[in-house]
Structure formats: structure tokens, C-alpha cells
Ligand binder design. Structure first.
Ligand SMILES: Cc1cc2nc3c(=O)[nH]c(=O)nc-3n(C[C@H](O)[C@H](O)[C@H](O)COP(=O)(O)OP(=O)(O)OC[C@H]3O[C@@H](n4cnc5c(N)ncnc54)[C@H](O)[C@@H]3O)c2cc1C
Ligand code: FES
Length: 323
């Protein structure tokens, strides 16, 4: 993926709607934006934009008392660094481009985002990272998202419209599901794996979904990985030419990769390592992967190497990752 088409733009908030207890859908309007693909992310400046021509606030020097804004960051009142968010969708409109993000409030930056009002300005850098590779035309896509890993699955579903696919979404409880549960949509039995048209964001692309909640408050009771295993057991044929796509907490993704490997299914994993720059400069997002060519001698006695989650990823083959 060409990393050099990234750009820095000001987005205008078109929508910032609470979806569930902790998640918000943020739609940013920009005049133009480079082409994007599912799996890619953007870095969002989660603090007020500087007026044109002024230095970024973190570079201002208070003559009397030193660098005042660093104090703000250390006190946890302002997000100095941009924060990474997966693209949850993209739409071309008569006025430009809409970038869709879904964010969960966990700290200072996402708290700031949740207070944004329609018309506010937000700095965006992107698109960043590589992308999911779509399955072969006769193949099936199995999407597995957990918590804040669900947004990239929504963008992937857009590209899979009309293709054979099924989506699994897991959360702790119903009030942490960041999707539109269709009015009158059935939850599904808590002990059964039934793909249903009960999530608007997947249903509109013809993709049925299976929802799981750890506490059983909606859909299958248990982990999304247990729901996936049960589905694969019952649909061995369907899984024949499938690709599993996953994003979510690392423990969940690791288990999904193991399930895929044990059944010989290709697995693409979008990792969400903490990132500072998002562009390959700071080395804060390293992840261990198997050396690409096992036939070559190991480097310094090791058969693995570090890769950067931001520029070599975030999407990696499940079989390459050393968790
Ligand atoms: C490629 C990528 C895509 C992402 N996509 C999304 C998305 O679509 N929606 C979404 O809500 N979030 C997403 N995240 C996570 C999001 O970037 C963090 O939640 C955000 O940076 C938190 O910022 P904050 O200032 O609110 O929290 P902070 O105040 O910075 O941190 C609050 C707490 O969250 C922890 N934390 C921060 N970042 C991460 C992380 N990456 N993994 C685990 N713990 C973390 C911190 O250690 C701390 O305990 C993504 C992360 C990456 C790397
Ligand atoms: S986030 Fe800086 S190198 Fe990856």
C-alpha cells in the first residue's frame, strides 16, 4: 500500500452521535481525501485546532513559567499526540468526502471527541497503514470483531456487498454493542448460532450477523470466539474457501488466529497496538512476526523480526504474528 498518499486535513463534524453506553459515531466531512481501503486508519488530533498561522500549542513557550501546554498533557487534561482510529466507512457526497469513525470513550482524547458538536473542526492525518485483502471471488468472508475492533469490520462489509459473508460481533453486554440493532430484530437464542439480519450496518450489504455478549444480554451467551468455533463446526463446507478477518482485543484475535490455523483457514488480523506517530517514525508500535522467508538464515540467531504495526500493518497474516 502506498503510504505517501497520506495528507493532513481539517474535517468538519457532520455527526457525533452516541451509539451505546461508551461508543460514538463521528462523521467528518472533508473536501477531498486520498483513496482509502478497509483496514486503514487515520490519526485524529483530539484537541482544539490552532488558529491559522499560530504555532501548535505544544510548541508555545510561556516566558514566565516554561512550556505550559506540556503541563496540560502531563496533568491528563489534553491529548498532545494524535490518536489512531480505524475507518468505519467512507462516503462520497456532492460536498466532498465523509469519513466515518466509531470511538469508545476511554481517556482524555476520546472524551474530547465525545464532546464535539456539529460544525466543529478536527485535524485528521491519513489514510495510514495497509489494508485487508478481499477473498477470492468464489470465497467466503468471515468477519470477527470484538468491542473497538468492530468499526473496521463495518467498512469491510461495505466492500463485500453482494459477496458470501457472515459477521460475528462480540461485546461484554448489549449496551456496549456499537451498531444499529434493527427495530424488532431478533437477538437469536442464547445457546444457538443463527446468522440473522438484525444489524443494520451489515444487513444493508446483504450480510447476516451473529452477535455474542459475555453476559448473555443479547444473542449468543459467551465469547465471540466460542460462537465462531460453533459456527465453523456446523458449516465445515462453507469454511472451505473462507478468509477470516478479525480485529479487537489481542487475546481475542490470538484465539481467532489459532482457530483459523487449526482448520487451515486464512486469517487476516488488524492489530491495534498503542501508536504515537502512526507513520513509522517513533517505533512505539513494534510487533514480533515470523521472518518472511524461513529458508533464509535467521537474523542474529532469531527466526523472527520486528515489524511496525502502523506502516507494515495494521493488517498481518494471523500465521505470521508472534503474540
Ligand atoms: C490502528 C488502530 C485503530 C484503532 N481504531 C479504533 C477505533 O476504531 N475505535 C476506537 O474507539 N479505538 C480505536 N483504537 C484505539 C484508540 O486509538 C485508543 O482508544 C485511543 O488512542 C485512546 O485515546 P485516549 O486519549 O482517549 O485515551 P488515553 O488517555 O490515551 O488512554 C486511556 C487508556 O486506554 C489505553 N489505551 C490507549 N490506546 C490503546 C490501545 N491502542 N490499545 C489498548 N489500550 C489503549 C491506555 O493505556 C490507557 O489505559 C485504535 C487503535 C489503533 C492502534
Ligand atoms: S506509531 Fe510511530 S512507528 Fe508506529
Amino acid at each position: 500500500m502506498n503510504q505517501m498518499n497520506r495528507q493532513q486535513v481539517q474535517g468538519t463534524v457532520l455527526e457525533n452521535r452516541q451509539l451505546c453506553r461508551e461508543h460514538y459515531r463521528l462523521v467528518l466531512g472533508v473536501e477531498k481525501f486520498a483513496p482509502t481501503e478497509p483496514g486503514q486508519f487515520v490519526q485524529v488530533s483530539c484537541r482544539p485546532t490552532e488558529p491559522k498561522g499560530e504555532f501548535p500549542v505544544e510548541l508555545q513557550w510561556d516566558q514566565a513559567g516554561g512550556p505550559k501546554v506540556c503541563g496540560e498533557e502531563l496533568a491528563g487534561r489534553m491529548a498532545l499526540l494524535r490518536r489512531p482510529f480505524s475507518l468505519a466507512g467512507r462516503k462520497q457526497t456532492a460536498n466532498g468526502v465523509e469519513l466515518h469513525l466509531i470511538h469508545r470513550v476511554v481517556g482524555v482524547g476520546t472524551q474530547w471527541l465525545s464532546d464535539l458538536k456539529v460544525g466543529d473542526q478536527v485535524g485528521v492525518l491519513g489514510p495510514l497503514g495497509n489494508r485487508f485483502e478481499l477473498p477470492a471471488p468464489d470465497g467466503m468472508a468471515i468477519l470477527v470483531g470484538g468491542g473497538v475492533g468492530i468499526p473496521p469490520m463495518l467498512y469491510l462489509a461495505e466492500r463485500l456487498a453482494g459477496r458470501r459473508a457472515v459477521a460475528f460481533c462480540g461485546a461484554l453486554s448489549r449496551d456496549l454493542l456499537p451498531m444499529t440493532l434493527l427495530e424488532g430484530g431478533k437477538a437469536g437464542r442464547e445457546d444457538a448460532i443463527e446468522p440473522l439480519r438484525n444489524v443494520e450496518e451489515f444487513s444493508r450489504h446483504g450480510i447476516p450477523s451473529i452477535i455474542s455478549t459475555d453476559d448473555g444480554s443479547f444473542g449468543f451467551r459467551g465469547f465471540v470466539t466460542q460462537a465462531l468455533e460453533r459456527y465453523l463446526d456446523a458449516n465445515v463446507q462453507a469454511a472451505g474457501r473462507a478468509v477470516i478477518y478479525t480485529c479487537g482485543p489481542e487475546g481475542m484475535m490470538k484465539r481467532v488466529a489459532e482457530i483459523a490455523a487449526s482448520r487451515g483457514i486464512e486469517c487476516q488480523v488488524a492489530v491495534e497496538r498503542a501508536m504515537a506517530c502512526g507513520m513509522g517514525t517513533c517505533q512505539s508500535c513494534v510487533i514480533r512476526v515470523r521472518k518472511p522467508d524461513p529458508a533464509k538464515p535467521p537474523m542474529a540467531g532469531r527466526d523472527w523480526c520486528y515489524r511496525l504495526a502502523c506502516t507494515d500493518g495494521p493488517v498481518f497474516k494471523g500465521s505470521d504474528l508472534l503474540w
